[in-house]
Design a protein around this ligand. Sequence first.
Ligand code: ZN
Length: 411
Amino acid sequence: MQCIGDIISMKPKQICPSCGSVELDTFYEIFNAPVHSVRLLESREEALNYLTGDIGLGFCNQCGFICNLNFDPGVHEYASGYESTQSYSPTFNSFAYRLAESLVREFNLYTKKVIEIGCGQGEFLELLCRLGGNEGLGFDPAYVPRKFEDVGAGKIEVIRDFYSEAYAHFKADFICCKMTLEHIDKTADFVRTVRRSIQHDDNVAVYFQVPDVLRILKDRAFWDIYYEHCSYFSPGSLSRLFRSCGFDVINLKRGYQDQYLMIEARPTDHVGQFDTALEESVPQLKHLVEDFAIGVLETQGWWRNKIKDLYSRDKKIVIWGGGSKGVAFLSTLDIENEIKFVVDINPKKKGTYMAGTGQMVVLPEYLTEYRPDVVIVMNSIYRADIEKDLNKMELNPEIMTVEHPQEKEIQ
Ligand SMILES: [Zn+2]
């Protein structure tokens, strides 16, 4: 799982899925990354032998889009044992609630029809429907049928499938797609499908939300680069994609401690206009990509040394966060024995194993027995929640966040 990032090399014949250009440079590679990071794996052996694939991030010199040039969508099964919900986190839930409230208000979503593409278990769709008395239609292959008790019978339907051209005849007043586009390799094809479904109805609005690759590049956040995410967007590359697919970008902002990009757009029959203030230029982005390619190796080296040093002094380390970030962090650094447990608040993950490196996932209460010396938090936005949990258990380990590990040095 070694990473080579210091060489910017040209890979001809690769075509940018966002703009069609062939001007792509590979700038970051990870070999043997687990192809899934949120499947529930029942044994350590299964986790250690889990299917892997290579990541080679390419940068498009035309539109600034970044994608995994080695991505093979055929390896993914989203249908079963796919556990990606974040709804056990109070911080996440309050963000989702405020977002739904603001979308309902801004787009006047009262007694309207709402589509959510990639709706998971439909939690957000349910919020949109409940807050505005709307009817909802969701699409997600990993959806497990359930009742939506808060909104009344028949108000929400979820189709257990990927959204595609086959569903473009479904009409809605609002189309929302959160944390899904980064899983899709044919980005322009997908956005055009959504655009075609709207046809000439200027009243329809769309909302998409994706991770912001600018933050990943600036923070050298290698834990945010994993196989399931084949597409990485900056404010500029996201806006350029929507404009080229027949949308006017009406709002573009960051949220969730600047981790997410949130774009609002309306259809236009022309090439979209209106640049937003947040957009960076392609040369600016290229500069960040080049800095990342060199700097990320330094960051990975720092973490390897830190973990090795703590382990050699018999310090017990746990990772807090058993999702994709935790899998990417451990598998990129190739950490198996130095860290034995990963904590997650999702009870469905209890007793499962981390893909690639095989740590067992435990619930927070296990820490009263294990008593770790160091907790590495995989997303600093949850730090306050985690500190509260640790205090309740009367535990006082050193806390490090992946984004700012050196704020407080471990002695
Ligand atoms: Zn491009």
